[in-house]
Design a protein around this ligand. Sequence first.
Ligand code: 3PG
Length: 363
Amino acid sequence: MDSTVLIRVNLDIKEKPIAKSLRFNAAAAELRKISKTNNKVVILSHRGRPDGFEKSLSLKPFTPPLSKAIGRKVVFLDNADLKKAAENIKKAAKGSVFLLENVRFLDGETKNSSALGRELAKLGTEFISDDFATSHRADTSLSAITKFLPSKPGNLLKEEIKNLSLAFKKSKSPFVLLIGGAKAKDKVGVIRNLIRKVDLVLVGGAAANTFLKARGMDIKDSLYEPEMLDTAKQLLKNKKLAVPTDFTWEEDKILDIGPQTAKLYSFYLRSAKLIVWNGPMGMFEKKRFACGTNAIVKAIFSNRKASAVIGGGETVSALGLKNQVQHPKPNIFLSTGGGAMLDFLAGEKMAGLEPVLKQLKKK
Ligand code: 3PG
């Protein structure tokens, strides 16, 4: 087979148009480089958390924006029959770029399956891991695949590791961690892991609801994480933790922090020296529920003395286009990772990162 690079990138993007998002631009920049210096390129990525095939989570609509951004025609490849996909790649002319369908449609992708890793590896001759945002997951197309192909980390992955490590090396006080977002799952665990390292944790979004419920408040139909109620109860005893005191509701759901909370959180952020932020304070996509998140953005961007690390697809999109340009200010680093960024900063085991870094050390 002609040399064919399989590259895992992050196209798990909800923003529209996707071409404006940080994740898309980060992936496209790397793909542009790789497609110039390699015979054939096959792009691997996931989108959402599907259970088998789900049309709304197909990567097919990403083909035209990718072609435009890379400056080469990108050919979409179905993945229901990986043998056929491998034959099509083999037959293709040099210089071809393929986008494989959402790898999470494949049985075994989220189980780090050796069988699937072997099949995926047959699509190319070498592997580049460049999806930092999923590198905390033991997924086949980040981990098991490295057993079957010569593998190395991509430039985005290396940049993320360098910048995030730097933020912590220069760790300054007060260090404020700000956690929000709609994904209630995982957030309370992340707070538990990071609370020792920080001076203050400000919580908003669905993560806050878990704490409010644990404290006995009637949050009605608001999103929360039932299996983390006990942990949340324990964490509430820690004086470093701040939860919202007022809210904006829509019917039976809390959809934003209230003005009092926004004011208090902004005060803390303005006097911080190191800020790590993941997850908007509310449903910022709707103007009515964007006040909390907008206040936070303003506070962080007006604090010129602090270093800030901001990560996660939704969070970066909440910054608005004006602030979203790759490195808006030298003291602010925008990470493509949400959960991955937090796990990395907490010093957690990065299941999708270690295999490729191990391969690098072997050389
Ligand atoms: C993210 O959005 O954080 C990454 O794409 C990982 O997605 P996951 O949380 O569904 O594994």
